[in-house]
Design a binder for this molecule. Structure first.
Ligand SMILES: [Fe+2]
Ligand SMILES: [Fe+2]
Length: 135
């Protein structure tokens, strides 16, 4: 059983955004699995890197879909930025520290953040884009 099982409740109704979210879930599942399998620090660090990189790519893509009348643009962007700051900081603390793996708190935080963000900000963005005819 993967850490996160994708379900349609997570869909925001815009194909490109859903595609990226599935990929983020996949990387997080890979990280969780690698931790469970006792993979070495280098591999775990690479998976965290991949998550940071893909999250940045996805946020930029999503922000590129913000339309002029999307009232949550600034708050939405700030949530992305706070997340990138947190995960970048967590990543470097892990790589410089003595821990062999990120803690469960870290992966749980990543999961909770992703769910909260998708079900809140991203779903409202999706609904807004749907109204404008984007799917
Ligand atoms: Fe977002
Ligand atoms: Fe998103």
């Amino acid at each position: 059983m993967p850490f996160i099982v994708w379900n349609d409740r997570l869909s925001v109704g815009v194909a490109g955004i859903d595609h990226d979210h599935r990929r983020l879930v996949e990387i997080l599942n890979d990280l969780y699995e690698a931790m469970g399998n006792g993979r070495n620090k280098q591999i775990l660090g690479q998976l965290l890197d991949e998550l940071v990189d893909y999250a940045c790519y996805h946020f930029e893509r999503e922000e590129g879909m913000f339309r002029a009348d999307y009232g949550e643009a600034l708050d939405h962007k700030a949530e992305h930025e706070n997340f990138v700051a947190w995960i970048t900081e967590t990543q470097s603390r892990f790589m410089e520290g003595s821990a062999a793996a990120p803690s469960l708190e870290v992966v749980n935080y990543l999961k909770d953040w992703l769910f909260d963000h998708i079900l809140g900000r991203d779903r409202r963005l999706g609904a807004h884009l749907n109204e404008l005819g984007f799917h």
